[in-house]
Design a protein around this ligand. Structure first.
Ligand SMILES: *Cc1c(COP(=O)(O)O)cnc(C)c1O
Length: 384
């Protein structure tokens, strides 16, 4: 609280680091390994078990996870990959890293997630994969998406950067499709500073991912093309240094232990917002599908079209002036100049474009106090 102005400073999201997290990091700093030591394996195993996957591969960011997954899926020059425009740019950039072309399919105007019927419309002989994004933490219609993928022999890579702990038909996100990617950026559910994870049940994909995060290098005697001796290793394809450090993994292990507490606090705040805004005639609160439980990464208010005259921009600025970390998630990916230069144009995905005009993200994070939640509610009621 700023004493002079009575204005609070509430971010839209932030991490929650406690003494045991610091203890875990500090112990690793005193250990023999700062990177690629025992903490990486331990974090991967705990994570795989939590989401219900056979394998997990820790990498340096969520973006690296998406890049690695696109590589392992075999995306290359000339391939098309279908994704949503209502996401962070990384969900589409990872396709371009591999030489592929992102194809944007429109969203469902109720769930804001990619619409399976729109995916089908964009399938061509060049389509290789689908990257659904569980926007705000609410799972996409995965049965419909996986049916389409099966019929057209496409790989599914879930971008679950918003969805750690979410469930779809009582299965955790992370154990459903070919590969699922997570992010541990501080605004996400758990953090390692920067960090990411790919989960999969497929042993071949797992091996490729492991090799990709370390320059494409392997020491696995069984797959070496030559063997000059015990010192010998091979770089078999072009990989990257996408390794996570043991320091980060130690923090990840400690944070993962708290995921249920973090999730239930997120749900509690979302419920409070739902109730508080239910009677506001100019706001549409988030719509939840019955088959899934959201991980509530983001809470988004949508202004009803008939009230757009009040201006999203005015409301945004008013809330910002009260110290509330408002945001707009997201600017449709293909609006960015980089994408426009590649030939993408307005009008591609009408539902996503309409939604973009009307949305404001308000603060939601587990460490948020009840007092801060009420402050945000009062501000929204007064200013929107
Ligand atoms: C955060 C995020 C990413 C990227 O994760 P980083 O860890 O920041 O690289 C990718 N996709 C979505 C939808 C995200 O929100």
């Amino acid at each position: 609280m700023d004493k002079k102005t009575n204005v609070k400073h509430i971010p839209y999201a932030t991490q929650w680091i406690e003494d045991d997290d610091m203890q875990a990091v500090s112990e690793t700093l005193k250990s023999d390994y700062l990177t690629t030591g025992p903490k990486i394996n331990e974090f991967e195993q705990a994570f795989a078990q939590y989401v219900g996957a056979r394998y997990a591969v820790a990498v340096s960011s969520g973006t690296a996870a998406l890049h690695a997954a696109c590589f392992a899926a075999g995306i290359k020059e000339g391939d098309e990959v279908i994704t949503t425009p209502m996401t962070f740019a990384a969900s589409a950039n990872c396709i371009i890293y591999c030489g592929g072309r992102p194809v944007f399919a429109d969203i469902d105007p109720h769930t804001y997630n990619i619409d399976p019927k729109e995916i089908e419309k964009h399938i061509t002989p060049k389509t290789k994969a689908i990257i659904p994004v569980h926007f705000t933490g609410q799972p996409c219609d995965m049965d419909a998406i996986n049916d389409i993928a099966k019929e057209h022999h496409l790989i599914v890579i879930e971008d679950a950067a918003h969805a750690l702990g979410a469930t779809y038909k009582s299965k955790k996100i992370g154990g459903i499709s070919d590969m699922t990617c997570f992010s541990f950026h501080p605004v996400k559910h758990i953090t390692t500073g920067e960090g990411g994870m790919i989960t999969t049940d497929d042993e071949n994909l797992y091996k490729k991912l492991i090799q990709f995060r370390n320059h494409g290098i392997t020491r696995d005697r069984e797959i070496l093309e030559h063997d000059d001796g015990p010192w010998y290793y091979e770089q078999q394809f072009l990989g990257y240094n996408y390794r996570m450090t043991d320091i980060q993994a130690a923090l990840g292990i400690s944070q993962l232990k708290k995921i249920d507490r973090f999730l239930s606090r997120r749900r509690e705040i979302a419920d409070r917002y739902d109730k508080a805004f239910a009677d506001m005639e100019w706001i549409i609160t988030p719509y939840q599908i019955k088959e899934a439980q959201s991980a509530w990464h983001l809470y988004i208010l949508q202004l009803k079209p008939e009230y757009l005259g009040m201006s999203r921009k005015k409301a945004y600025i008013a809330l910002q002036q009260r110290g509330i970390g408002v945001n707009v998630h997201y600017i449709p990916v293909y609006y960015h100049p980089y994408y426009r230069r590649m030939g993408y144009r307005k009008g591609l995905c009408q539902n996503a474009e309409n939604l973009y005009e009307r949305i404001i993200t308000i603060p939601l994070y587990p460490k948020m106090s009840d007092e801060d939640v009420e402050y945000v509610i009062d501000a929204v009621k007064g200013d929107i």
